[in-house]
Design a protein around this ligand. Structure first.
Ligand code: NAP
Length: 280
């Protein structure tokens, strides 16, 4: 049996749809059914269910709020919650899939893309707690997949594409940061990889998974709004200050995932598929 935490979030919903398509049974939970910060309840739920696989999609994802008013909750969900899930998973003999982030890196690497074993150095509270979640999983378990992803967009959540589209309805001109580079990731590609590692019995460990090609947020916005009359203008991060510091360059090397035989669409292809689905 399969357990999903955070099953109604952006990624969890995509994963449920994919498992439905594949006719694979699962139990999906959200905080109401399984609050991962409740150690006893998490233990009991997982001990009773004894899932073979746990897709751990639950997380605190409000990156800027995590810097102040959400700080405590961020720590509680991403560190304590993940620890609770990992301990219960270990006791039940489950394989755990934990989703992490490019924000574990500082984005200052000078000599190419980030490798899975490169030194981490998060700049934000969210990045710090997601990294502590990774460490908890690695400390507690052997049979885990840690999948770091970045700039996630899907039909079922709040994301950069929806923000741009909403702003485009009320603005003729938008300014977007052009000095932060990364790889956008469609939830569909990520969900497919999450099921792929299980189906293919891939070696346990840390993977990077985003769509192919990279861009700045400005380039991403240009592509999102290319069929509109809205002007997209580049600005620097200094001109658009945010509470949480983001890595300037967080392009992660995807070769470990590709070596498994997993085919990764470019972010431009993924975006086109997303926009097509959205239009339906
Ligand atoms: N979004 C991105 O750009 C991005 C980038 C890199 C990595 N990631 C990682 O990808 C994963 C999925 O992210 P997402 O975009 O799907 O996030 P999301 O839409 O915010 O979903 C997170 C889910 O976690 C649930 N949750 C929160 N607190 C919980 C608790 N105490 N117990 C159980 N469930 C709880 C939320 O439920 P409620 O809505 O009821 O609170 C929500 O369903 C996360 O691990 C995230 O860190 C995301």
């Amino acid at each position: 049996m399969i357990l999903i935490t955070g099953g109604h979030g952006q990624l969890g919903t995509e994963l449920r749809n994919l498992l439905d398509e594949k006719k694979i049974e699962y139990v999906s939970t959200d905080a109401d059914q399984l609050d991962i910060t409740d150690k006893e309840a998490t233990n009991k739920f997982i001990a009773d269910m004894k899932p073979e696989i746990i897709y751990h999609c639950a997380a605190y994802t409000a990156v800027d709020k995590a810097e102040d008013e959400g700080k405590e909750l961020d720590e509680k969900i991403n560190v304590e919650g993940t620890r609770n899930v990992a301990e219960a998973a270990k006791a039940a003999g489950s394989t755990l899939i934990y989703i992490s982030t490019d924000y574990v890196f500082d984005g200052k690497k000078k000599d190419g893309m980030y490798q899975v074993d490169d030194a981490t150095n998060p700049l934000s509270e969210y990045g710090r707690t997601k990294l502590l979640g990774e460490k908890a999983v690695q400390e507690i378990m052997d049979n885990y997949y840690i999948i770091r992803t970045s700039w996630v967009f899907g039909i079922y959540g709040h994301n950069f594409i929806y923000t741009m589209q909403k702003l485009a309805k009320t603005h003729d001109r938008l300014t977007v940061v052009n000095d932060q580079f990364g790889r956008p990731t469609w939830t569909r590609t990520l969900a497919e990889f999450m099921t792929f590692v299980i189906e293919e019995k891939a070696p346990f460990g840390v993977y990077h998974l985003s769509n192919e090609n990279s861009c700045s947020w400005y380039e991403f916005a240009k592509e999102i709004l290319k069929d509109t009359d809205v002007e997209v203008a580049p600005v620097t991060s200094e001109e658009y200050p945010q509470k949480a510091t983001r890595p300037q360059y967080s392009i992660m090397d995807l070769s470990k995932a590709k070596e498994l035989g997993f085919e990764i669409p470019t972010w431009q292809e993924a975006l086109a598929s997303f926009l097509e689905l959205e239009a339906k």
